[in-house]
Structures are given as C-alpha cells and as structure tokens.
Design a binder for this molecule. Structure first.
Ligand SMILES: Cc1cc2nc3c(=O)[nH]c(=O)nc-3n(C[C@H](O)[C@H](O)[C@H](O)COP(=O)(O)O)c2cc1C
Length: 282
C-alpha cells in the first residue's frame, strides 16, 4: 500500500487546505494510507545562514525539521496545500524551504517523489507569488511536480462551492501516480514553472528554474520559448548534487577572498544604531 503524505500549510483546522488535501486523497484510485502533517504545529526555526549543514551533513538547529524530513522520506507521494497570506504562501512553507540546504544529504532518497500542490487564495487574482512559493518548496524537496494549481475559496469549506475545484482535486489525484498534467496557462517548457519576469521587450526569465528565453506568439497565444542554460537551477539529481558541490566550493572562495571581504564589511561596522527586541519577563 502506498503512503501519501499531505503537507498542510494552514493553521486553520478543517479549512480549505485540509479539505482540499483530503479530497485529493479521496480521489486517488488505488489503496493508500493518508498521513497529514500541519507544518504550523511543528517547531521550525529560521535558518541561521551558517552553512554548517553543508559540512556536517545535518542542520545544527535542534527543532522538528528532521522529523518532517523523515515523514517526507517515508512517503511515496506528496500532496501540498497552502493558503495565500498577503500575496504569498503562508510563512511556514518558506521557513521550511529556507532550511533547504540541509535537505541535500537526503537528495537521493527524496529525488523525484511525485507531488501535487494547491495554493488556496481567498480572492481571485490575489494569490501573488503563492504558486512560485509552493513550487520552490517542492523544488528543494527534489520532488517531481505532477500538477500545481491555484484555487480560490475564502471561508472554510468555500473552496468546494465551486465544482471546478473538486475536478481539480480529481485531476491531481489522477496525475499523482500517473501522467503529469500541464496547465492551460503558458508555462516554462523546461521546468513547468508559471512565474516569469520580463527582462526586456520580449525576453522573460522563469523564476523557478531561472532559464530565460523569448515570449513568442503561436496561434494567438503567448508561448515562452525558454532554453536551458548554465544559469539554471538544477533539473536533474546530478545537477542538484553538483549545486551542492558548488556551494561547498564557496568555502575555499571565502578563504581566497577573506581579507578583501573583511575590509569591505568592516568599513560598515560602526554605522547606525541597532534596535533590540524588548527583554522577556522570564
Ligand atoms: C492573514 C491572512 C492573509 C490573507 N491574505 C490573502 C491574500 O493576500 N490573497 C488572497 O487571495 N487571500 C488571502 N487570504 C485568504 C486565504 O488565503 C483563504 O481564506 C484560504 O482559503 C485560507 O485557507 P484555509 O482555510 O486552509 O486556512 C488571507 C487570509 C489570512 C488569514
């Protein structure tokens, strides 16, 4: 029996993210065990940017991060649902993603786990960068994103006022252990990402894989003709591991430029006055 793990990014019990995840599970046409994990219930501390995880193969922060990673490693497939909070995914998702370097030691075990993702926004068009945030989360988990969508619903349960969202859940369930389903919206031909930044008149960069190309119009529809480049964010396990090596190489780069870097930063040492949080009672 397959193990399906739903990673839910909402603090609201039985809200739209919960029921969307459960509906996707209901529609999976093979026997499976659904396990759910509410990210907000876990103690995930902010990344300190110390890079110790690169060299120790484990993050030095003592919190619940590893238990989440273990649950993901144990799963055969992932469902991710997250609400939009002020034009982006709820911060719990980003907090986890920020710890992504500590996921590299698990890259082989995690690589290409099938995943579907729904970002849930209350107001049509007000989802901001939610989809990119969920995609980045799954990218750092080395997952194979079979389908991703933004769906709308504000009040808890409202997501299923709309039959189309149940259909989306069914399509996600079908693609999870089957064929990936691409969106009708123009997407990056290299990685499937749907968020682009205009570079000039016709060139755009995919904000997920960071490859660039021209926007062409075919049959009256915009088509991003993105091509692969050295600049891209990894697309294969080998590239992911190479990216890790590159990060590790930064240590020798740092040693090489240490004096010059020190000179730059020390010049700013005395500027301004740092505010500090008020002391806690206990
Ligand atoms: C603090 C907060 C900020 C929100 N910001 C947005 C927003 O920027 N855009 C939007 O469309 N919906 C926004 N929403 C609405 C939620 O995305 C929406 O209600 C969603 O269905 C919540 O999912 P849940 O029921 O699983 O918690 C916000 C909700 C909250 C509580």
């Amino acid at each position: 029996m397959k193990n399906v793990l739903a990673v839910v990014g909402s603090p609201r019990k039985l809200g739209n993210c919960d029921i969307m995840a459960k509906e996707i599970s209901r529609c999976i046409d093979q026997p499976h065990r659904l396990r759910l994990l509410r990210l907000q219930e876990y103690d995930i501390r902010p990344c300190r940017g110390c890079y110790m995880c690169l060299f120790k193969n484990q993050c030095v922060i003592d919190d619940d991060f590893d238990s989440i990673v273990q649950a993901i490693v144990d799963a055969d497939a992932l469902i991710v649902t997250v609400p939009t909070y002020f034009l982006g995914p709820n911060a719990c998702l980003k907090r986890f993603t920020d710890r992504g370097i500590a996921l590299y030691p698990h890259a082989e075990k995690l690589w290409a786990k099938p995943a579907v993702a729904a970002g849930i926004a209350g107001i049509e068009g007000k989802e901001g960068y939610t989809l990119l945030g969920v995609e980045s989360f799954l990218k750092m988990l080395f997952a194979d994103i079979k389908m991703r969508r933004i769906v709308y619903g504000a009040l808890p349960g409202e997501v299923f006022f709309n039959q189309q969202n149940r259909d989306t859940a069914a399509a996600m369930a079908k693609s999870l252990f089957g064929q990936a389903k691409s969106d009708a919206a123009p997407c990056c031909p290299v990685c499937g990402g749907q968020t682009f930044r205009f570079l000039d008149d016709v060139r755009v960069r995919c904000m997920l894989c960071s490859n660039a190309g021209e926007i062409k119009v075919r049959n009256g529809r915009p088509v991003p003709a993105i091509t692969r480049s050295e600049h891209e964010f990894f697309l294969s396990l080998e590239e992911a591991l190479a990216h890790r090596e590159w990060l590790m190489g930064m240590k020798s780069r740092f040693s090489e430029h240490k004096l010059q870097l020190k000179e730059i930063v020390l010049d700013y040492r005395r500027e301004g006055e740092w505010l500090k949080p008020p002391p806690k009672d206990d």
